[in-house]
Design a protein around this ligand. Sequence first.
Ligand code: ZN
Ligand code: ZN
Length: 383
Amino acid sequence: MSDINFQNFLPELIEIRHRLHQMPEIGLSEFKTSDFIAAQLEKWGFEITRGLGKTGIVASLRAGNSNRAIGFRADFDALPMQEETNLPYASQHPGAMHACGHDGHTSMLLGAAWALSQDKSLSGTVHFIFQPAEENFGGGKLMIEDGLFERFPCDQVFALHNWPGIPTGTFTTRAGPIAASIDVVTVTVKGKGGHGAQPELTVDPVVVGSSIVMALQTLVSRNISPHQPAVVTVGAFLSGSASNIIPDTAALEISMRAMSPMVREEIRERVEQIATFQAKSYGADISFDWHVGYPATINDRQAVEAAKSMIVQRFGEDAFVDLDLPLMGSEDFSFLLEKVPGAYVLIGNGDSAGLHTTTYDFNDEILGRGALYFYYLAKDRLA
Ligand SMILES: [Zn+2]
Ligand SMILES: [Zn+2]
């Protein structure tokens, strides 16, 4: 493949991105999206496997006789929000929007798949991993549970996420933790309701819940080392209906973030202990409903070095900047990185609206560079 061929292919890739943008689907219901991706890959002659993590797809390209293998992952789910961009290719699905740029990630990886399918110089295997349900449902975990790496063994895995606020097309990442773990729990306090004028006959869950909220404020400051980043947020406190009624229950929605598995475990344990013993001291009952959590995303040092040196060599010194601090957000590529060493890299989306906002759009100017990122990584790793 020459660079000229790729330039000629770019308009088709932009068209692919716009088609994906028009058909956003929420995690684990990405049926049209999955069909569309599969049809593109089959058109280009790929051998594909479907159904990992329900709607996930793996396309494999084998060449030469080396048994080295590399995995590239792109996510393709959208978010439950109403798009307000007024773009000609805006979402045609009311209440769903590609507000995290996963349409762009999938298009970049499709671009790389097309480019590598034109290339005869590789020796080894490339697995293109198209993953559903990155947002909240842990699609990466589901693909692993369906045997992703047993069926498609990889020596290294790489993923790319666009990032608003970083200059257009500039890459950045860091070795070690790059994104936080996230855990979410709903804590339900069960007291005993009654008349607002007769508190002595009740167990007031509003007071118990408030006490839990305040007690949790010492968890990060008194139990976790100041050298370790951690956040505990009580994002919702749901209870009661009127000023003169003491309710039966209160529910707290709590999110917890950390950068290390040890701190993550410590926080989970302490939240349970603190809430349980606070409730006990008031004579209230308590229950915990834990939701799917994502581990911290931890980059392998060698994979980061390989990506960085490729970027500098192929795109120039200015194309890479070191990322000083990890992101406090979370990413389910972390599940893949728990199994196989690799790197999660950000590519600048320029001065665009932020991720998860109704006016956000993936920047088409970075589609080509993002596709070539995967293309050159494969060329370098499987030379
Ligand atoms: Zn997102
Ligand atoms: Zn995302």
